[in-house]
Design a protein around this ligand. Structure first.
Ligand SMILES: *Cc1c(COP(=O)(O)O)cnc(C)c1O
Length: 420
């Protein structure tokens, strides 16, 4: 695999518009999925029943009631954590986790140069300095090989996320951080219930975080949770949030819709992971479209061709790929995404890299962030709902992407301008 960005695209003659019924939807053909991507959330009678129950009890107007208590117990039971804090968003849960450590103004927090924007915003909100390290090319998540060099006497925490189906190397990250006495916050917002070498995602470090944002795998419109076995961390968070009332609670109404989703989480995670694997197999003959997996150096069974070891079950809020236009007749990533969306496939651009979207004075780069720079230009993500649909959906996604590939040159030449 060539990791370099294409410096120039060979100028080939303008491609003809295909005339057969294989015409890509972006060029006016019939979309592979005329109905578009599946809706989210799924219709769920158990959620409807939970809403009715919380309506009839009057708890819909409360917070800190029996439903929130039941949700906390559920999270405690599955994570083995003694302390669970429910709150108003995943982003705020990360901020609370940092405050619980405690990270204070002037401290340093290490995170990946390619990450959810809210995570660097949380570090900055505390007046702390984000220290960015590069990402692993296979998982797209914090590369443990750059971690030790990022530490200084001011390092107070490592904040690490699982992203786009890529599993961060938690065993090695925790070991490296532990050797320096640095706590780890594990952001499992994209992977609630995932398993990493047999252990629940979010439970490797001092604090784990979930999100209940609207499009997430566990949705309540908004909301988040953190869990820890560190009583001091939990106590600091309590002191911070208690201001006569709770600064940022989750409501009974939100907890009510989450409980039935928690019941189905393992079953749905298994279904999504199986579908993601089979979809990647159908796309394996497309060079220049590579799914994220487990870091190479962290695979227990490197002899298997799979990118994920047998004792790891990734979560799929998004299924991420590295898209390399060089292998797609120079079709720019933005046009590739538009072409897929025109076919009825919920593909999007990935995150922007943090060092390319923040002023130099707002962070310190611990290394050259070369892979993070590449991901900024290369990542595309498939939204998760289609992984819970029909098995035939996978064939449609593959058909759409293969069609785009057959006509990549024509799409590059003839695509209508955006917003028309
Ligand atoms: C969604 C998300 C969060 C938190 O998001 P909220 O929308 O605030 O709940 C944090 N980290 C990652 C990696 C996420 O994807």
């Amino acid at each position: 695999m060539n990791d370099e960005l294409p410096l120039s695209v060979a100028p080939d003659p303008p491609a003809a518009i295909p005339v057969d019924d294989d015409l890509p939807a972006l060029l006016g053909g019939r979309p592979v999925r005329p109905a578009g991507p599946p809706v989210w959330p799924l219709a769920d009678p158990d959620v409807a029943a939970a809403l009715r129950t919380v309506y009839e009890s009057g708890d819909w107007s409360r917070y800190h009631g029996p439903t929130c208590h039941a949700l906390s117990e559920r999270i405690a039971a599955r994570t083995g954590c003694a302390h669970v804090v429910l709150c108003s968003s995943g982003t705020f849960a990360v901020e609370l986790a940092l405050r619980g450590i405690p990270v204070q103004a002037g401290d340093e927090v290490v995170l990946a140069g390619y990450d959810f924007k809210g995570n660097i915003a949380d570090v900055l909100a505390l007046g702390a300095l984000p220290v960015l390290v590069d990402v692993d090319p296979v998982s797209g998540t914090l590369d443990v090989r750059g971690l030790a060099a990022a530490f200084t006497p001011s390092t107070m925490a490592v904040l690490v996320s699982h992203l786009h189906g890529g599993v961060a190397s938690l065993p090695a990250i925790v070991e490296t951080a532990k050797a320096r006495g640095v706590p780890v916050i594990e952001d499992a917002c994209q992977m609630p219930g995932a398993r990493i070498h047999g252990r629940e995602a979010g439970t490797w470090g001092q604090v784990g975080v979930w999100s209940f944002g609207g499009s997430k795998l566990l949705g309540a419109g908004r909301g988040g949770a953190l869990f820890t076995n560190d009583a001091d961390v939990a106590q600091r968070i309590r002191l911070f949030t208690q201001r006569g009332n709770d600064l940022c609670p989750l409501s009974e109404l939100q907890a009510a819709v989450l409980l039935p989703q928690c019941d189905k989480l393992d079953e749905r995670n298994a279904l999504r992971a199986g579908r993601a694997k089979r979809l990647c197999a159908k796309l394996a003959d497309l060079p220049g479209l590579r799914p994220f997996g487990t870091p190479e150096h962290d695979r227990t069974h490197p002899e298997t061709s799979a990118l994920v070891p047998h004792d790891t079950l990734p979560g799929f809020y998004k299924l991420g790929f590295r898209y390399d236009a060089q292998h797609w007749a120079g079709l720019p990533r933005e046009l590739f995404v538009r072409a897929a969306r025109a076919e009825g496939i919920a593909l999007d651009l990935g995150f922007r890299a943090l060092h390319l979207t923040h002023g130099r004075r707002r962070f310190r780069a611990a290394d050259d962030l070369k892979q993070a720079t590449l991901l900024d230009a290369q990542v595309v993500v498939l939204h998760h709902p289609v992984l819970l649909g029909e098995e035939s959906d996978l064939g449609q996604i593959a058909a759409a992407l293969h069609r785009i590939r057959r006509h990549a040159a024509a799409i590059r030449t003839h695509a209508p301008p955006a917003n028309c």
